[in-house]
Design a protein around this ligand. Sequence first.
Ligand SMILES: [Mg+2]
Ligand SMILES: [Zn+2]
Length: 186
Amino acid sequence: MSQPAVFLDRDGTINEEMGYINHLSRFRLLPQAVPAIRRLNAAGVKVVVVTNQSGAARGYFPAALVDEVHGHLKQLLAAGGAQLDGIYTCLHGPADGCACRKPRPALMEQAARDLDLDLARSYLVGDRYKDVETAANAGAKGILVLTGYGRGEYEYLQAAARVQPVHVAGDLLEAVEWILQDLGKI
Ligand SMILES: [Mg+2]
Ligand SMILES: [Zn+2]
């Protein structure tokens, strides 16, 4: 039977929003990332990162850097006893018209097929209304975190947003605690 999952945006949600991560040295985990993901692991909830990384398509860095960053991310999480069930990345630019660039739902749909996930009972946590829209487009629930771009998005874009989140959380750990309660896991 397909199961619910927690999808996570990357920049501004798991790691510090730094603009383009055009070098490994610019990748810094947010302090709540390891405990939040470990909490989901312990509850038996699948955790999947969905991220737009158009920097290589724009010519800012080689596409291989994205893999390098994700290898580093996995290592940092593993060192804290946390792990991801998948990382799904859109490497296209905005003008490419691909099906996977958020707010389009193809990354989440692909993960759902690969991992047998029930999107209607799943969540996407992100720091932008674009993430909240992605969740809605996939038939999942969007949660906005106030890290990264989140505080500014919430303060200045909330009124104009086409889709509102089911919950607004201070950071990823608070979001995860809310989700686990919503899922009836605590
Ligand atoms: Mg983000
Ligand atoms: Zn794409």
